[in-house]
Design a protein around this ligand. Structure first.
Ligand code: THU
Length: 138
């Protein structure tokens, strides 16, 4: 567990952990939970991975959490994101999720990676995705 975490971050971690329990993952058997906090909003949104027999229709926990937030309060700037899986070396968001996260871009945003024992690592978004595709001229 990382030291000196803000209680709100620990609370969001607990929500991600709980959401993970609802993971529908009969194909990979890999349960993931995520929680997202948006700037200026107290409420924390959470999600789990939901798989599908057509594997490509699977949704990751991170995107599930982010889209649930968008449905409730619209597109907002993200303050931090938490990902939880049952793995010693905690998993980062996949590249598809990073692309979605970059739409809510704040290079300094922390991404906390946890397992069942707690939050183990923290990266800034700019460390995981240094060159995002989020600005183009049509
Ligand atoms: N998965 C997530 O939910 N988040 C990640 O960051 C990595 C992968 C899910 C997708 C799939 O249901 C399972 O984990 C195995 O890839």
């Amino acid at each position: 567990m990382l030291e000196k975490l803000h209680p709100d971050v620990v609370d969001a971690y607990e929500k991600a952990l709980k959401a993970r329990e609802n993971s529908y993952s009969p194909y990979s058997h890999f349960k993931v939970g995520a929680a997202v906090k948006f700037k200026g909003f107290e409420q924390v949104f959470y999600g789990c991975n939901v798989e599908n027999a057509s594997y490509g229709a699977t949704i990751c926990a991170e995107r599930n959490a982010i889209w649930s937030g968008v449905a409730a309060i619209g597109k907002q700037d993200m303050e931090y994101l938490i990902v939880v899986a049952d793995q010693e070396e905690p998993v980062p968001p996949c590249a598809l999720c990073l692309q979605v996260i970059s739409e809510f871009y704040d290079a300094e945003m922390p991404i906390y990676l946890g397992n069942l024992k707690g939050i183990q690592k923290v990266y800034l978004l700019k460390e995981i995705l240094p060159v995002p595709f989020n600005n183009f001229v049509a």
